[in-house]
Design a protein around this ligand. Structure first.
Ligand code: PGA
Length: 251
């Protein structure tokens, strides 16, 4: 059966010392109370090694927020999937809407990144989601379906390793959460799209996270929906208390 997962996406926040302290506080909080979900923090690349040194395997998973679509070589400033894996990280967010929107990442690049992440043993947290205009003009299901279909050239064994995150762009950092019913509808559409390509078993086993202004006060209702298997958390992941509050929604 699929896992429930709460993953933090720190984005471009925290200086090193603060980030290490936050990770260590989250690790300690998780040690003192058993959680009913897997917990992952995806942190800036500069923080991966020092954060890995203060968290414990089996308690808190570590991920990057992006990796290069190239394997290695003359790509100044880029960080490869192999480099991410060499830090001890086991996850990598890919296709976040901020990467798509501000850095022009397209489906072809995201497929290349996903393949490299998988080849290096990383679990991709693959983000999809529509913008407000697409929500309003009713094309949102098609938009998200085509974002997922961008991965459908993967073989079943590889696709089965992916975590999907549905993040409606209009809900990210805006305080405007999708309703639990809107999230459930989309998650079930995503699961159906996966089932039509890879079959019911893989679809049933794929964790689909919701992201976009998820916080302790709304997490329980969102996570109570049958196809919502946890959250990808931005702002509320930057404080141990609010992040733990979301994790406790699975109690
Ligand atoms: P938010 O961000 O929780 O701050 O809305 C979520 C995300 O972008 O992953």
């Amino acid at each position: 059966m699929r896992k429930n997962i709460v993953a933090g996406n720190w984005k471009m926040n925290t200086l090193l010392e603060d980030g290490v302290e936050l990770a260590s506080n989250i690790n300690d909080a998780l040690k003192s109370r058993k959680s009913n979900c897997d917990v992952v923090i995806c942190v800036p690349a500069t923080h991966l090694v020092p954060v890995n040194a203060v968290i414990e395997n089996g308690i808190l998973g570590l991920g990057a927020e992006n990796c290069s679509e190239h394997e290695q070589g003359a790509y100044t400033g880029e960080i490869s999937a192999a480099m991410v894996a060499s830090t001890g990280a086991r996850y990598c967010i890919l296709g976040h809407s901020e990467r798509r929107q501000y850095f022009g990442e397209n489906n072809e690049q995201l497929l290349a990144k996903t393949k490299l992440a998988l080849a290096n043993g990383l679990t991709p947290i693959f983000c999809v989601g529509e913008v407000l205009e697409q929500r309003e003009n009713g094309t949102y299901n098609d938009v998200v379906r085509s974002q997922i279909e961008a991965l459908f050239s993967l073989d079943a064994e590889d696709f089965a390793k992916i975590i999907v995150a549905y993040e409606p762009v209009w809900a990210i950092g805006t305080g405007k959460t999708a309703t639990a019913d809107q999230a459930q509808d989309m998650h079930s559409n995503i699961r159906r799209a996966i089932a039509s390509k890879y079959g019911e078993e893989i679809a049933d086993n794929t964790s689909i996270l919701y992201g976009g202004s998820c916080k302790p006060s709304n997490a329980r209702e969102l996570f109570s929906k049958p196809d919502v298997d946890g959250g990808l958390i931005g702002g509320a992941a930057l404080k141990a208390d609010s992040f733990m509050g979301i994790i406790e929604a699975f109690d």
